[in-house]
Write a protein that binds this ligand. Structure first.
Ligand SMILES: [Zn+2]
Length: 152
């Protein structure tokens, strides 16, 4: 095992628990978390490769229905996307080629533009499709993803 490095600030993560794929240091986690908790929407910071750096409580409640940490999961895994259950890692399966969420994260990275209220369909593990409005905002090297559920 090599030295674990924070994927946000590149600081070595000495003495931190990096099991479970968590690769953001404590300082960055608390910085990003404090921003997210000021928002009144479910929100998460994701990396270019769709790894969730941290998410707020509303996001965890919306998708997780349990309390465990979403850090280190890919966005699709945290959102229980059907593509991430049995096909491979989120962002790397053949289904991901057609994923609007992945495409928008890429676009926000490349252009630096903010994309607000983009309606996208998320199909969950049970095959249920849900229309969700996503916003994507570039923040440093990550993308702030905000989620608005459509009320039926
Ligand atoms: Zn850091």
């Amino acid at each position: 095992m090599g030295q674990a490095i924070c994927m946000r600030c590149n600081a070595p993560m000495d003495g931190e628990d990096v099991s479970g794929g968590d690769r953001v240091c404590r300082v960055c986690t608390s910085t990003l978390s404090s921003v997210l908790e000021t928002l009144d929407l479910p929100a998460a910071y994701v990396n270019r490769d769709l790894t969730v750096m941290t998410s707020n409580l509303m996001f965890k409640k919306l998708f997780e229905k349990f309390t465990h940490d979403t850090r280190g999961l890919r966005l699709g895994e945290a959102m229980k996307c059907h593509g991430s259950s049995g096909y491979g890692r989120c962002g790397e399966t053949s289904l991901c080629l057609h994923c609007g969420i992945k495409r928008m994260v890429d676009l926000a990275h490349i252009t630096g533009e903010k994309f607000a209220d983009i309606p996208l369909v998320l199909r969950d593990e049970s095959g249920t499709e849900q229309l969700i409005r996503f916003s994507f905002t570039k923040a440093e090297d990550s993308i702030l993803v905000m989620v608005k559920e459509e009320t039926a």
